[in-house]
Design a protein around this ligand. Structure first.
Ligand code: OOB
Length: 543
């Protein structure tokens, strides 16, 4: 069992300050739903398709009762408080039920994304020594049980839908409701995933107290009430639709969450009309798709009051179109699973909303913009964004070496984002210094993909870079130096899929080159090499 203290904690003086200011309270995710069920028993908490594709809805009382039984079922399987459980489900209603079942038990969800495949899942299961892996049977043409068969041997596998040789979620529901062991609000509630900049994704330990603070404040900043109906289009396990204000913010306020089974405008516009949806959150490419589809839709979108866009930079040009063309208020969201979240406020002037990525949630969020030597730049100048605060982690889970580089000695997180701050404290994202590709909000660590490519017998060396793309913002290009016969790009892509690499990490373009350009004297750093290749590519494409 991994030592869950394997991540740097908030220093005592900071914890005391956050408690004294009322940011951190005693509430935990274990009590969260039962309390809401007392307050709003008959209000609809969640509407969504189940694993069989049937639309269902659950009131707060029903969701809470279901979570209690599922918690009892996990307990009967031997899963205990503190155990890690990899949750790998698409946006189906069982996702919400299992999430709160695990919270009830005090087990720690590890939030995999639906697009993850066996390579990622193997890492999450092994690295966290997960006791269980929870999946849907099939979704969008993919059979999740295949992953369970290859990488979850020896772990409990629970399946929503047809369980095959595994345990059916419906069997867990037969259990007696569980009297839970109380959990400590300042302990880890779950592990979120980082987009990653290295060979393997890092795990982000978030506590009940820190996350609930961000959820409560987000709900208030975004005007969430019990009349809110939020359409969840992005994968429910991602930090943005989970908590900014997301599913948890809506349930905190007694509102209704509507889970979209797929992100297409056809599906989502139908759901907006059907459930009189008031708010949704998208990444920029999906916002562009909505803008384009809205021109010809016969669906009634007039209930939509707020559209949040975040996860990647939204161009000012597109941002200006949201209000007039979708008839709602745009809210830009610049956040990170490590903590800090910035929002433009709903009553900000249009220019602020379309030209900035918002300002922090909390007065206690500390923002520094520094040069390459960690010296603060003059206000308004570009630099590296560092942050520390009541809901930003002090270190990744079990990653001492990486933590030494990713955090300053006094606990600021190096976001890897290049920003400037306006005189009124709004952040404008200008670029990125971290070795990461942001493909329409989906984060890719080049090194991880390179490691998979190099495993091919005909690949001597590989460098993965981003290339600009009008729709996704960035796409990926792998430059390959062949070992003997150059591999066919299509063969390489299926080689990666065969290794269980998630589809969004498979390079969009593959170029075979005879050698990599020299970037300097002596040993070339890979990040320098990537920069050279990316600029080579830009020159080629702009010719
Ligand atoms: C969100 O979280 P992550 O952990 O997937 O990615 C964080 C990174 C940021 O460091 C930044 O590089 C980029 O994604 N990012 C943006 C952005 N929002 C995120 N870059 C430019 N403009 C934006 N609006 O992506 C996330 C978490 C919570 C709420 C919203 C997004």
């Amino acid at each position: 069992m991994p030592d869950l203290s394997l991540h740097p904690q908030y220093p005592d003086e900071f914890a005391a300050r956050y408690r004294a200011a009322g940011y951190w309270t005693d509430e935990t995710f274990q009590q969260f739903l039962p309390r809401r069920a007392e307050q709003f028993p008959d209000h609809v908490a969640v509407i969504g398709h189940d694993s069989a594709g049937v639309q269902r809805s659950l009131t707060y009382a029903e969701l809470s009762a279901s979570a209690e039984r599922i918690a009892g079922g996990f307990a009967e399987l031997g899963i205990q408080a503190g155990d890690r459980v990899v949750l790998h489900m698409p946006n189906i209603i069982e996702h919400t039920e299992v999430l709160f079942g695990l919270f009830r038990l005090g087990a720690l969800p590890v939030f995999a994304l639906p697009a993850h495949r066996s390579s990622d899942i193997a890492h999450f299961i092994n690295f966290t020594d997960a006791a269980a892996y929870v999946i849907a049977d099939r979704h969008s043409g993919f059979d999740y049980r295949e992953i369970a068969r290859t990488v979850a041997t020896g772990r409990m596998v629970v399946v929503a839908g047809e369980a095959a040789e595994f345990t059916a979620l419906t069997d867990l529901r037969a259990a007696a409701p569980l009297a839970p062991t109380p959990v400590n609000p300042e302990c880890i509630a779950f592990l979120q995933l980082s987009g990653g900049t290295t060979g393997t994704p890092k795990l982000i330990p978030r506590t009940h107290a820190d996350y609930l603070y961000s959820v409560r404040e987000s709900a208030s900043i975004c005007g969430i009430t019990k009349d809110t109906r939020m359409l969840v289009v992005l994968p429910a396990s991602h930090n943005f639709p989970m908590s900014s204000p997301g599913i948890l913010g809506v349930l905190h306020a007694g509102g209704t969450v509507v889970l979209a089974p797929d992100p297409s405008p056809t599906t989502t516009f139908t759901l907006i009309e059907q459930h009189r949806v008031t708010i949704s959150s998208l990444v920029p490419p999906l916002a562009l798709a909505w803008l384009s589809a809205a021109k010809n839709t016969t669906r009634d979108l007039t209930s939509l009051e707020v559209l949040q866009v975040g996860g990647a930079k939204f161009t000012e040009e597109a941002a200006r179109r949201i209000g007039p063309e979708l008839g709602c208020t745009l809210q830009q969201v610049f956040g990170m699973a490590e903590g800090l979240v910035n929002y433009t406020r709903l009553d900000d002037p249009t220019d602020t909303i379309v030209t900035t990525q918002g300002r922090p949630i909390s007065p206690a969020d500390e923002i520094r913009v520094v040069d390459d030597n960690d010296n603060d730049v003059v206000l308004g100048k570009k630099g590296h964004l560092l942050t520390r605060g009541p809901y930003t982690i002090r270190g990744y889970f079990n990653a001492a070496e990486h933590n030494a580089a990713a955090f300053t000695h006094d606990g600021f997180y190096r976001t890897g984002d290049i920003v400037r701050v306006t005189p009124d404290g709004y952040i404008v994202v200008e670029g990125r210094s971290k070795d990461q590709i942001n493909r329409g909000g989906e984060k890719i660590a080049p090194e991880e993909v390179e490691n998979h490519l190099i495993a091919h017998p005909h690949v001597l060396d590989a460098a993965v870079v981003s290339v600009p793309d009008t729709y996704l913002g960035e796409r990926t290009c792998a430059f390959i130096v062949a070992d003997g016969t150059p591999p066919n790009p299509l063969v390489l892509k299926s080689f990666l899929r065969g290794r269980g690499v998630a589809g969004f990490k498979v390079p969009d373009l593959i170029h075979i080159v005879s050698e990599f350009p020299a970037t300097g004297v002596g040993k070339t750093s890979r990040s320098e090499l990537r920069r050279t290749l990316a600029s080579t590519w830009e020159k080629v494409t702009s010719r």
